[in-house]
Every structure is written in structure tokens, then in C-alpha cells.
Ligand binder design. Structure first.
Ligand code: PHE
Length: 484
């Protein structure tokens, strides 16, 4: 560690390293844990279709806009706006990003901690011989506990802090390059197994056949939130990473590869989960626990499942880690460049603050499950505010900034690396960032939040709770089950 030099601004070493780091940020729990659970709650096929539309029309341009801002300014999320628009209030967009980073990490670390628990269970052969009901019960029991979920969350915060402390090249770039491709291979193998289960067809129909009667503005807002979240856009992660990218890198090309990889993994995760959901008779709208209940069930039925289970949870934890690292980097880069802290100090202060806030999210499933604010737990508020509100809002301002403030000349200079690269469709990109993306996001926002028009009737969450009650996952139900 002694040879880590923090005096010069760190940067990614190679083009492959840039893609690995950006894809490492994008690919994470968002694809494997969140995409299936949100798609499941929002009716499947129609959600997927809208999600894919958002990736194309909003995801791609916003990601390109964000990387351009960062590389042009060579600063953290907030500092970039200060440098490019001195004396203007644009830096508030960066500030919102830093706040969003805190909120996302607060709930993300909870789930990341769950992956470590499941790794430990996989090693201990804990899924062996369990029915899907038993897997569900043991998930609920773990999740609503106090010590273990908090313990794993803290371990995860430590791991993230350690890698961020090591710095961009030696920490982030090195690991993602090797591990991400391995994750893809494993997801494909598990998906193939899932497809051979009886009832798999139904799962595919659920995922791919759009039922348009399921579409509502809240579904559309959920799809937008999920698209921004999964691509890591809207809060300055990619401004920060963009600031570490060398000037001769072809940003549009990088964005194309990262977006394609991220989307492919989300869809593959769907193919891995939904056939098994129907085969095991699980409610697709099960919610937060969906993959943690379904995956062990697949491993249990699979030849070599013990081995695959361990490998899968190792890789999932690493996928989560390369994402938490990228979010935490937003905070650390901000602390160190704007508040003049050393990287070391910034990492420690950031980690302690996160541990403090994050514990409330983790305990939302157990001791604090009754602490509801307008019928959402603390965890749900962190998730909802950051994913459905702050990321889309951030995305609006990012594209507006690039379209209207930076303007075509600067954008052209940035995307062509000073004229040395050819870039097609620049005119279209400018139209999208100036008009199409901001108008589309604003509309989804206004209707999705019910600011105009009638508010949608509530989604399936309360129904899912009743379901949980009926399925004996609440304590009174379980007691009854014990005695019958
Ligand atoms: N995209 C990451 C995932 O899918 C999460 C993330 C969100 C990372 C926002 C950075 C910024 O898991």
C-alpha cells in the first residue's frame, strides 16, 4: 500500500479498464436483485418493454452526458459543475448526487450484506434438502434478525472502504476486469438450469409477453427509476469515473458497450429467476427477497449446486462491491477535493457515517419494521427517494446542462477527443439531450408521482404483505404452523 501515490489525480490505465470499471459500477445488485423483484412487482413483460425503451432513449444519452462532464472538468461530481459553470447554481446538481450516493449506499449495503450471509450459507451447505417454503422461512428469519444482517452490512462497508482507499487503478480496475466476465458465464449456466425446470415456460411468458393492462404511471416511473439505477446514472458516479478517463478514449463507444452489457445481464437475470419462480410456485411479486428465495432453490436442484452456489454468491458479492465502490467514490472524491481531506480521512469519515445511517435501513426488516413513515419503512424511503426521485431528477439536470449550458461545440470537442475521432449522430444526440430526454423524464415524473392527473391506485405492496401473512411469514402465522 505504501506505493499508492495520491499526490497526482488518479486515472484508469487502459481502455479495457475504463469499460470494466464503468460496467462494474453498472452491473450489480441492480441487475440481479432489483431488476427481477421490481419487474415481478410490476407485472413482468410490459415493465421489461418500457424499461428497455428507457435504456435506449434516456439511459444512453444521460450516460454519455455524464461521462463528458466528468472528463471535461476532471473533478468530482460537485467540483465538475463548479469548474464548468463557475458562480452558477449548477453545482447543486452535484450536491444532490452526493446526497443520493449516501442514500443509495445506505440501502444497498443492506442487500450486499445479505449476499455475504448467503455465501456463508452456501459454504455451510445450508440450502440442501430445503423446500421453497423452508427457504422462504429461513430468509425471513435471517432478514428480520438484528445481529447477522448488521454484521454483514458492516463487513461490506469495510470492504468497500478498503478498495476505495487503494485508489482507482490499483483497486477498482484490477478486480473488475477479471471477475465480471466470470459472473456472466455463471448467470448463463444458472439460467440454462432454470429453463429446464418444469413450468419454466410460464416464467418466460411472464417476463417476455407484455400484458398492457398492467401499465400505469407508477409502473412507468418504476421502470425509469430502475433504468437510471441500473446504469449508475443521474447522481455523479459517472461524472466521477469520467474524470479518471483519458482524453483519447472514445466515450460513445464505451457507453455503448457498458449499456449493452448492463442490459444483457438484467435480462439474463430475469431468465434465470422467473422460470424458477413459477416452477417453485413463488409469487413473482414477492419483493425484496425474491432472488434470495429462488436462487438457493435452483442450486438445491442442480447437479454441482453446492459448488455453483458458492461461486455465484462470491461473484454476486463482488458485482455488488464494484458498484458500492463506484458510489462511495463519489463521496470520497467530493470530500477529498472539495473539503480538502486526505483520501484516507475521507474514506474513514464516509464509512463511519454510512455505517450509522445504513443500520437503520438494515433494521427496517426487523426491529424497526414497524417504524413506518407514510406506510413506508426507512429502507423503503431510502430506496424510493434515491431511485425513483433523485436519479431521474439528476438525469434531467445533467442532460439539460450538457445540451444547453455546455453546448454543441464543447460536446463535439469532448466526444471527438478534440477532433481526432469521428462521431456519428451528434446532431441527434444534441436534440435528445436538449429536448427529448428532459421532456420525457419530466412527464414520467409528473404523472408517476401523481402531480397531475389522478393518482394511480397503490401497487401490490400491501397485497404482498397480506400474502406474506397468509403464507405464515408473519409471526402469528408461523406459530399456528408450528402447532398444526
Ligand atoms: N448500477 C448499480 C447496480 O446496478 C447501482 C448503482 C447506482 C451504482 C447508482 C452507481 C450509481 O447495482
Amino acid at each position: 500500500m505504501a506505493n499508492v501515490d495520491f499526490s497526482v489525480r488518479d486515472s484508469f490505465g487502459t481502455k479495457a479498464g475504463v469499460i470494466a470499471a464503468a460496467a462494474g459500477s453498472a452491473i450489480g445488485l441492480g441487475n440481479i436483485w432489483r431488476f427481477p423483484y421490481v419487474a415481478g412487482q410490476n407485472g413482468g413483460g410490459a415493465f421489461l418493454l418500457i424499461y428497455l425503451g428507457f435504456i435506449l432513449v434516456i439511459g444512453f444519452p444521460v450516460m454519455l452526458a455524464e461521462l463528458s462532464i466528468g472528463r471535461r472538468a476532471q473533478r468530482n461530481a460537485l467540483g465538475s459543475f463548479k469548474k464548468l459553470a463557475p458562480g452558477k447554481p449548477w453545482y447543486l446538481v452535484g450536491l444532490m448526487g452526493v446526497v443520493a450516493a449516501f442514500m443509495i449506499l445506505a440501502f444497498y449495503n443492506t442487500i450486499a450484506g445479505w449476499t455475504l450471509e448467503y455465501l456463508a450459507q452456501a459454504v455451510g451447505n445450508g440450502f440442501n434438502g430445503k423446500s421453497s417454503d423452508e427457504l422462504k422461512n429461513s430468509f425471513e428469519a435471517f432478514q428480520s434478525g438484528t445481529f447477522r444482517p448488521v454484521f454483514w452490512q458492516l463487513i461490506f462497508i469495510l470492504l468497500t472502504g478498503y478498495i476505495v482507499f487503494l485508489g482507482v487503478k490499483k483497486g477498482i480496475e484490477k478486480y473488475t476486469k477479471i471477475l465480471m466476465p466470470l459472473l456472466v458465464v455463471l448467470v448463463v449456466i444458472i439460467a440454462i438450469k432454470s429453463l429446464t425446470l418444469p413450468g419454466a415456460r410460464e416464467g418466460l411468458v411472464f417476463l417476455f409477453k407484455p400484458d398492457f393492462s398492467k401499465i400505469s404511471w407508477t409502473v412507468i416511473l418504476d421502470a425509469l427509476g430502475q433504468a437510471t439505477f441500473s446504469l449508475s446514472i443521474g447522481m455523479g458516479t459517472l461524472i466521477t469515473y469520467g474524470s479518471y478517463i483519458q482524453k483519447n478514449n472514445n466515450l460513445a463507444n464505451t457507453v455503448l458497450k457498458v449499456t449493452a452489457a448492463d442490459t444483457a445481464i438484467a435480462v439474463l437475470a430475469g431468465i434465470m429467476i422467473f422460470p424458477a419462480v413459477f416452477a417453485f410456485n413463488i409469487d413473482p411479486a414477492e419483493g425484496f427477497g425474491l432472488v434470495f428465495i429462488v436462487l438457493p432453490g435452483i442450486f438445491e436442484q442442480m447437479a454441482g449446486g453446492y459448488f455453483f452456489g458458492i461461486l455465484f454468491f462470491i461473484l454476486l458479492a463482488i458485482a455488488a462491491l464494484t458498484s458500492t465502490v463506484s458510489i462511495f467514490e463519489v463521496i470520497v472524491a467530493y470530500f477529498s477535493e472539495e473539503l480538502n481531506m486526505t483520501r484516507h480521512r475521507a474514506t474513514i469519515i464516509g464509512s463511519v457515517a454510512l455505517a450509522f445511517v445504513g443500520v437503520f435501513a438494515t433494521l427496517s426488516f426487523g426491529p424497526l419494521s414497524g417504524a413506518l413513515i407514510f406506510d413506508k419503512t426507512i429502507f423503503e424511503w431510502f430506496e424510493y427517494l434515491s431511485v425513483n426521485i433523485m436519479l431521474p431528477l439528476g438525469a434531467i439536470f445533467l442532460v439539460l446542462f450538457v445540451g444547453w449550458y455546455l453546448g454543441r461545440k464543447n460536446v463535439e470537442d469532448e466526444l471527438t477527443s478534440g477532433g481526432s475521432l469521428k462521431v456519428k449522430l451528434l446532431g441527434l444526440f444534441m436534440i435528445v439531450v436538449k429536448f427529448i430526454a428532459p421532456i420525457a423524464i419530466t412527464l414520467v415524473f409528473i404523472y408517476g408521482l401523481g402531480l397531475i392527473g389522478k393518482k394511480d391506485k397503490k401497487k401490490s405492496e400491501p397485497v404482498a404483505d397480506e400474502q406474506a401473512f397468509a403464507n405464515n411469514t408473519f409471526l402469528p402465522g408461523r406459530t399456528i404452523e408450528l402447532f398444526t
